[in-house]
Design a protein around this ligand. Sequence first.
Ligand code: ADP
Length: 505
Amino acid sequence: MSTFRLRWWPTPPAVLAYGVAILSVTAALALALLLEAWVQSAPTVSLFLCAIMFVAWYGGLGPSVLAVVLATVYFTLFMVEPTGAVAVDGHDVPRIVLFILTTVFVILLSAAQQRNAQELVRVNKALLAEVAQRRRVEAYLDEAQALSRTGSFGWTPASNDLFFSKECQRLLELDLDQRPSFDDILARVHADDRPMVHAVRERSDAGQPDHDYEIRWRALAGTTKILHVRAHRVRLQSGEEELVVAVMDVTAARRAQEALHATEVALTHAARVATLGEMSASIAHEVNQPLAAIVTNGAAGARWLDRQPPDLGEVRSAIERMIRDAQRASEVVQRLRALARKAPVERQPIDLNEVVGDSIAFLQREIQTRRIVLKSELRPGLPPVVADRIELQQVVINLMVNGMQAMERVSDRPRLLLVRTSSETGSEAGQAVLAVQDSGIGLDSASLTRLFNPFFTTRPAGLGLGLSICRSIVESHGGRIWASTNEGPGATFQVALPLSTERIA
Ligand code: ADP
């Protein structure tokens, strides 16, 4: 029954619907009789049809069937046989049948029309719900994009059509009324980054589906934004290819990273200078020794010259010794200057054994005064590692100084410091490994987990930054640093660094 009624029309109670059916048809009859009496002509069939159509629309199938039956009875009783007699003449039968057929046809027509109207209302409602849902999703998406500072746009290369999300429009500061094209967009990219965008486009045209890169974007205020761009190529249902691009403003993050890096560099340098400060006594001695030797050899040379005749051979060898000592002093100063210098980090293939050798030479005096037995096992022909020489030297010196400090209070056994280099096979394949092993106080399990944390120290005068700086240097070189306790007394610190595929220049 419900299919015969419009949804927005409240379903009338059954009694009312049937009542309306009887009333409507009776009213149509009454009107027909009145018109017949007054003007001797009444559109009887039309009036009944109107009543039936109204009932079908208002009450549905049941009441409309009742209306048809009632109208047929009225029609037969009052219209076909105005006398009110029940008997029906044979020649009236076709009129009555035609009347019944017409009313049934009207009911069916009305039902079909109502079904259509009802379907229309249903489709309309579903459409409105869909639109509301889409608007909500769109609003969420806009909000999420604004919160994450990520805009998006779609680009159809074939038609050069561009569609921008609200956040993207805001982020790129675009005037969409001007209908920006791909070239307009490109013009806002920093000139140095444009070749990269062209290269990405070429790779995309060649079929590469995913792209991930960063560009500098010229903001309208004249400043530069750093944008992280991720693009994915999709095929639309229409068969057209479209590039879906997400654009994220990472300016603040990059600036913070740069500031952090600058702080790290400054801290690393400060720690290096602090190490030099700690060793100033040995450094002074290191420079002083050749200088004193130069003075002694100079005096000896002068005495050989004063001889009659002057012994020029002895003078020559005294001068040669002076030159050698001056070179030694100059080397010490050069090593010092290199460590104290605040030079930009420079990565190149270098020989790890050479760096270890330099570090040992630098710490020679310290090793002697602390009565350390130094052993070095450097693997000959070790392939180079790509590193900044000074930073790597800082790591080696730090680990050696820590080892020596850990043996400060050792008096019942030799203070053994072993420096070893090797190139690894197995899981560490393709890596050079440096190990610094001491026979000092060793490490307890609590220290082992915190050693590399900034400000962890057990030394009264310690800062606790050395090992954390070592870790950041090693990790920035793509390497790994770790500590372990020895089977005997002491600890071993190891550094693994990737081997270079290049040869040392
Ligand atoms: P600091 O030397 O200023 O304390 P480090 O970061 O170099 O800072 O070292 C942190 C701590 O790690 C040291 O205080 C010490 O407790 C421990 N440590 C470092 N090297 C060794 C070692 N070879 N043996 C034992 N403990 C060590």
